[in-house]
Write a protein that binds this ligand. Structure first.
Ligand SMILES: NC(=O)c1ccc[n+]([C@@H]2O[C@H](COP(=O)([O-])OP(=O)(O)OC[C@H]3O[C@@H](n4cnc5c(N)ncnc54)[C@H](O)[C@@H]3O)[C@@H](O)[C@H]2O)c1
Length: 274
């Protein structure tokens, strides 16, 4: 389904991004695998290559203002074109509003809203410009092109303890709709996928103690174990999704079956959003 297409996925060293990288590769795409550190990127690339697919490791921090241009260049140097950009990288740094620091607020906005904006701006020479030239030449667009932004039910509905994350994840819905309006005439689709409860380290019991270092702070990931159990009955399908099921939503929106869908936010929630 994605034969001869280049797909860039940020935060693809683990979780949903890694599952999407494997799935895109299974369906013929050349995948550019980004994450903060080289190790997880290279592990996903090795898995894809062992299965006969094509992938490139492109480690780097998406919040570094210089990184988006570098990432696009690496993709084009390796594969010539960029067809799909998936803005997936992120983490949570939860806290109730009355205790939230400016840094906690800003870092989450940086990774979930500013970085996707910069990524989309950096892809202009490789997506918008060629499409614009093809439009001027007549004869239709030569390549499929689209952007997928990852949102969350926390953004769509709000969530106690996630004022920073919810703001960013709703912001990316506005970013998505605006890009869809600006770039629709160039045949470039832009959609969001809002996940509910997906089984990754972001939803593991907090008590398990998975952490991430952010600006010198040890940020604890996950959600309290008691809240995890309370969440399941609220999901019509009664369980969290696997990362592969979540990745399916991303591929669906990037696929030819979504050729006339743009500016949409697809809820992949097991029904939790209804
Ligand atoms: N797991 C869920 O239930 C859930 C629900 C809604 C939305 N999401 C969103 O899905 C996306 C993927 O999350 P996941 O659940 O797979 O978590 P994950 O922690 O398994 O994967 C996220 C990846 O992003 C990487 N990352 C973080 N900051 C980065 C940066 N600055 N630069 C490059 N890479 C960076 C991490 O290293 C990690 O490998 C995130 O945007 C998350 O907010 C997840």
């Amino acid at each position: 389904m994605f034969e001869n297409q280049t797909v860039i996925i940020t935060g693809a060293g683990r979780g949903i991004g890694a599952a999407a990288a494997r799935l895109f590769a299974q369906h013929g795409a050349r995948v550019v695998v980004n994450d903060l550190d080289a190790g997880p990127c290279e592990a996903v690339v090795a898995e894809i290559e062992a299965a006969g697919g094509t992938a490139l490791a492109a480690p780097g921090d998406v919040t570094d203002p210089a990184f988006p241009d570098h990432l696009m260049q690496a993709a084009v140097d390796a594969y010539g074109t960029i067809n799909v950009l998936v803005n997936n990288a992120g983490f949570t740094w939860d806290g109730m509003l009355h205790k939230m620091s400016d840094e906690q607020w800003q870092r989450i906005l940086d990774v979930h809203a500013t970085a996707p904006f910069r990524m989309i701006r950096a892809v202009v020479p490789y997506m918008r410009e060629p499409a614009k030239a093809e439009l001027a030449a007549g004869g239709g667009f030569k390549e499929p092109r689209c952007i997928i932004n990852v949102s969350s039910t926390s953004g769509l509905h709000g969530k106690a303890g996630q004022v920073n994350y919810a703001t960013a994840k709703m912001g990316i819905v506005g970013l998505t709709k605006t890009v869809a309006r600006e770039w629709g005439r160039f045949g470039i689709r832009c959609n969001a996928v809002a996940f509910g409860f997906i089984d990754t380290r972001l939803t593991q019991p907090k008590e398990d103690g998975d952490t991430m270092t952010v600006g010198g702070h040890e940020v604890s990931l996950g959600i309290p174990g008691a809240m995890r159990q309370m969440a399941f009955p609220m999901i019509p399908l009664g369980r969290p999704a696997t990362p592969e099921e979540a990745a399916g939503g991303i591929l669906l929106m990037a696929s030819p079956f979504a050729a006339y869908i743009t500016g949409h936010t697809l809820e992949v929630t097991g029904g939790a959003g209804i």
